[in-house]
Design a protein around this ligand. Structure first.
Ligand SMILES: Cc1cc2nc3c(=O)[nH]c(=O)nc-3n(C[C@H](O)[C@H](O)[C@H](O)COP(=O)(O)OP(=O)(O)OC[C@H]3O[C@@H](n4cnc5c(N)ncnc54)[C@H](O)[C@@H]3O)c2cc1C
Length: 448
């Protein structure tokens, strides 16, 4: 069997590894971005000098030859699904018995005047990082970043690390409030400002102005202000990287449409990772989930199905993690940015430091539904077990220290948190730290 995988990100790479574990098929990975897979999530640390590019490689260079996985560093221009042929840049082609498309995302652009000028770019590919380095070497007097999501904050921190002044335009009135509840959104907004970033909330880009030589000179905002800058970072989300497939018979909506087995409408063709859109996502989940671990999980399912099994994709309990400068952020399960009917949210925030804990639970059954954590890290396996086992909020509060990575934190703040919880819900619970281990073990066993 001849398996071709387009894209060597986390999804394509994991698929290749898992197919190799299960079969002696001929496997070829194709990617135009880099010969060897690397960690996209670590791009910022290369710019900030914490890591070298080589440190971000997922495996040693020899890993691929050792595992008999061929690598082709080329762009795919087209796929002929009838002939089962992949056409590469430069005119050559390769044929497949089974094909996995794992082409990831691309940064969004919304047709702004000037968006193609020199000095305007997103942050997604290795080549974007190289462009940021080249612009920084020439000298950036001010960078304007447009779009207040996770990649925008990363870009702001990157420039901040090199003392480059940043103006950050965010359309919403409060930072990332389509996702973060009010308390966390305000905390992160303040934290960004405390780092000297010129954060403009409720402000949008109107146009990017040319200096007459095809370079960015300034931007204009919707409120009519002109801000001088020689770099514009467009971080207004990402979309599936599928434009090169639009003229084919592949079913594409925003992403490549796949069923629960990650099969596309074309025979023997699968799509995984950021470029895949589930036709019927699990309840409460989105059709496209552009996060690292989703790509890895989808890859394992596709690898099983390519090698003859029939495994359905189950995304499990939602989680994500990121950093807003020094604030670590984790979310597990279902946390709505606004209070919703039938769900209550307990929220505790440190009076001075950027640290908070939010726990959502069902008001009828009291089953815990989600955790939002800022500046504090909880154990994923514990939070996920609590959510999947629908553990009662009182039980969770009583055993909360079992979830925490940092026992010192609980020594210092547990009493405050329990007091706040008892006050908010007129309860009289107290901490039961001693039950922690047996309680968690029991949960893990129930969870399989
Ligand atoms: C700066 C940044 C920070 C992030 N931080 C986090 C984080 O903290 N946590 C998290 O969960 N997620 C994070 N993400 C998102 C995460 O990196 C992605 O969800 C994940 O990398 C997607 O993996 P993938 O394998 O689907 O696609 P990709 O990693 O995009 O890999 C696809 C590959 O296919 C190649 N390709 C595309 N088209 C073609 C073509 N026509 N021919 C040949 N090759 C092609 C691409 O060049 C690329 O190498 C971050 C993303 C960015 C950009």
């Amino acid at each position: 069997m001849n398996v071709i995988i387009i894209g060597n990100g986390i999804a394509g790479t994991t698929a290749a590894r898992f197919i190799r574990k299960q079969s002696d098929a001929k496997i070829t990975m194709i990617s135009g971005e880099s010969t060897y897979p690397f960690s996209r999530t670590a791009l910022m640390y290369i710019y900030m000098g914490h890591m070298k590019y080589d440190h971000t490689k997922l495996y040693e260079d020899g890993f691929w030859a050792k595992n008999n996985i061929d690598l082709i560093e080329k762009w795919v221009d087209h796929i002929d699904f009838d002939k089962k042929e992949v056409l590469l840049s430069g005119g050559s082609s390769v044929s497949y018995d089974k094909l996995i498309i794992a082409t990831g995302s691309k940064p969004n652009k919304f047709g702004w005047p000037g968006e193609n000028l020199n000095g305007v770019q997103g942050l997604y590919h290795l080549q974007d990082l190289e462009k940021m380095e080249a612009a920084s070497a020439k000298g950036i007097k001010r960078a304007v970043i447009v779009g207040g999501g996770l990649i925008g904050v990363e870009m702001a921190e990157m420039f901040h690390s090199r003392h480059i002044p940043v103006t950050f335009l965010v359309r919403e009135e409060s930072f990332w409030n389509p996702v973060l509840p009010e308390g966390e959104s305000l905390m992160v907004g303040k934290h960004i400002v405390d780092h000297g970033i010129d954060l403009r909330l409720g402000e949008e880009l109107s146009e990017i102005v040319d200096d007459g030589d095809g370079n960015v000179k300034s931007i204009k905002t919707k409120n009519g202000e002109e801000i001088e800058c020689n770099f514009v970072g467009l971080t207004v989300g990402v979309s599936p990287n599928v434009a090169f497939l639009k003229s084919t018979n592949l079913n594409i909506n925003r992403g490549i449409q796949v069923n629960e087995y990650l099969e596309t409408n074309q025979t023997d063709v699968f799509a995984i990772g950021d470029c895949a859109e589930l036709s019927k996502p699990s309840p409460g989940r989105r059709p496209i989930e552009a996060v690292w671990y989703a790509g890895r999980m989808m890859a394992q399912v596709a690898a099983a199905n390519v090698t003859g099994k029939k495994l359905a994709y189950d995304p499990g309990t939602w989680f994500n993690s990121a950093k807003f400068f020094d604030i670590e952020y984790q979310v597990y399960g279902d946390i709505s940015p606004k209070e919703t009917d039938g769900v209550s949210q307990f929220y505790w925030e440190h009076p001075e430091l950027p640290k908070s804990v939010r726990i959502a639970f069902d008001t009828q059954t009291l089953a815990v539904r989600g955790f939002n954590l800022m500046g504090i890290r909880y154990r994923q396996e514990v939070c996920t077990s609590w959510i999947e086992n629908k553990v009662n909020i009182d039980e969770v509060m009583t055993n909360l220290k079992a979830a925490n990575f940092d026992p010192e934190f609980f020594k210092m703040y547990e009493e405050d948190m329990i007091k706040a919880f008892n006050k908010q819900y007129s309860k009289t619970i107290s901490s039961q730290g001693k039950r922690k281990l047996s309680f968690i073990r029991k949960l893990m066993q129930t969870n399989g």
